[in-house]
Design a protein around this ligand. Sequence first.
Ligand SMILES: Cc1cc2nc3c(=O)[nH]c(=O)nc-3n(C[C@H](O)[C@H](O)[C@H](O)COP(=O)(O)O)c2cc1C
Length: 366
Amino acid sequence: MSNQQSLQPLFESFQTDKLTLPNRTVMAPMTRSFSPNGIPDEKVAAYYRRRAEHNVGLIITEGTGINHPASVSGDSIPLFHGEASLGGWKNVVDQVHEAGGKIAPQLWHVGMTRKQGDLPNEEASPVGPSGLTLDGEKATEPLTIEEIEQLVEAYAKAAADAKRLGFDAIEIHGAHGYLIDQFFWEQTNKRTDRYGGDLVKRTQFAVEIVEACRREVGHDFPIIFRFSQWKMNDFAAKLAETPDELDQFLKPLVDAGVDLFHCSTRRFWEPAFEGSDLNLAGWTKKLTGKPVISVGSVGLSGEFTSFSDAETTSLDGLVEKLDQEEFDLIAIGRSLLQDPAWVEKVENGQADDLLPFDKSSLSKLY
Ligand SMILES: Cc1cc2nc3c(=O)[nH]c(=O)nc-3n(C[C@H](O)[C@H](O)[C@H](O)COP(=O)(O)O)c2cc1C
């Protein structure tokens, strides 16, 4: 493990005209399903507060459902609409702020990954651009234009509520094969209207969401956009095969008003394309000039979704990439589930006290 001196790049402050953070660490969004009836309660607030107390620079909440009957699968996933759920989130924001932290909600719609009959609205059918599951099977009718426009407005309303409740930013979940990514992905978007076509045209839904959110939150409020090449059912999937395609994909999102990109990969050290060591975040920064968050197996030997135990590993490679300014911020997932004080321990040179990842931490809210 590195000595404290060499970890310095991780603990430098981060500043843009819209967002100032004390260090480069971000808590990755992680669905926990500990919010009965979609309402984040006192235990959820304490869980986020604990990470803020232990110096996490920016907390991104678990995915939280926008106002649409089929936005989530499960009645303990927190919602981001309705008085009771928003009241729960207000408490979360206040607790995190009291502890000196910053926090953004991750706005989520699961799209066609939802199964008919899933809670909280058993009667609501899953929705998606072409009614296709991630495996390409026809399950429902494609969304109508009117339904798409309502969904765009549901994201905008959530963004407005986030700002009103005192959140420091929003993150739009455009990754991993959920609704927005189903529009991006050729395999799930076969539309021939303005929401379908080539890769650039398939960004239209996301573009309208970002623009509508921007309209609601104004110029000064940070909008983070999370995207990935990989999908929950296909780790090898790619939206962009080349840097040029990535450039075409990102440009409309930049023009729409994204401030920061959160580039989701399962291993942060893997090059995005042949011929360069840059990872997806590195390429995104280079192509857009926007600040970026990287992510994937920080401090751990095994990657996300294997959901098995993992050993702790050195942070040297991470620090090197931060030092070279390949990316600006690093999101940490499972290590922060395992240990709420992970950031503080690393900062204080207590890395030897870090515990291996024990998958039982997935079923606890501590
Ligand atoms: C239990 C769990 C739940 C997750 N839920 C979400 C989610 O709601 N939204 C999201 O974008 N990513 C989600 N992820 C992915 C993480 O944000 C992160 O990208 C991934 O865990 C890789 O980081 P890590 O290797 O540091 O754990 C989840 C990961 C875990 C372990």
